[in-house]
Design a protein around this ligand. Structure first.
Ligand code: HEC
Length: 127
């Protein structure tokens, strides 16, 4: 009997230990600050090749022409990004379609509520 109770307690301990800490409280999960690359034919390959050394946001915030994306991808490959030669062009297409100069400006996710929002929007320096 005691042994059974011990096993049950141990099992609960294991479950609790594998749950993320916020699942144990009623508090909402923290703001998601690591973002995903957008859907598309190259999403999976880009995620593997490009998020090995840095977060997606360094890519998401770019607004580059296709020629500049080609240079960027080649630079990252020189720095160690593993991109199959036959995927290079498709990857450059994917990046320039999603992060070209015509795209709306990147909105960075914030970990905390923006304070003084009204101040900020009215925030042109007074002359
Ligand atoms: C071997 C590690 C590594 C891999 C893999 C990698 N990068 Fe980078 N990347 C870096 C480093 C280092 C920087 C510059 C330092 C920083 O700001 O974090 C950087 C910066 C960048 C920048 C910012 C502009 C610049 O040139 O500094 C972009 C855009 C970028 N990477 C895109 C990519 C893309 C697209 C891929 C996939 C093809 C990729 N990276 C894969 C290491 C890597």
């Amino acid at each position: 009997m005691l042994r059974k109770m011990f096993l049950a307690a141990a099992a609960i301990g294991v479950i609790a230990a594998t749950m993320p800490f916020w699942a144990l409280s009623d508090k909402p999960s923290p703001a998601k600050v690591t973002e995903d690359l957008p859907a598309g034919a190259m999403q999976a390959k880009a995620t593997t090749a490009c998020l090995e050394c840095h977060e997606a946001r360094i890519i998401l915030q770019q607004r580059l022409s296709k020629a500049t994306w080609a240079k960027e991808v080649d630079k990252m490959m020189k720095w160690g990004a593993v991109v199959d030669g036959s995927d290079r062009d498709a990857l450059i297409d994917y990046l320039s379609v999603n992060f070209g100069p015509g795209q709306a400006a990147y909105e960075a996710p914030r970990t905390a509520a923006v304070r003084n929002r009204s101040e900020k929007s009215a925030g042109k320096p007074s002359k």
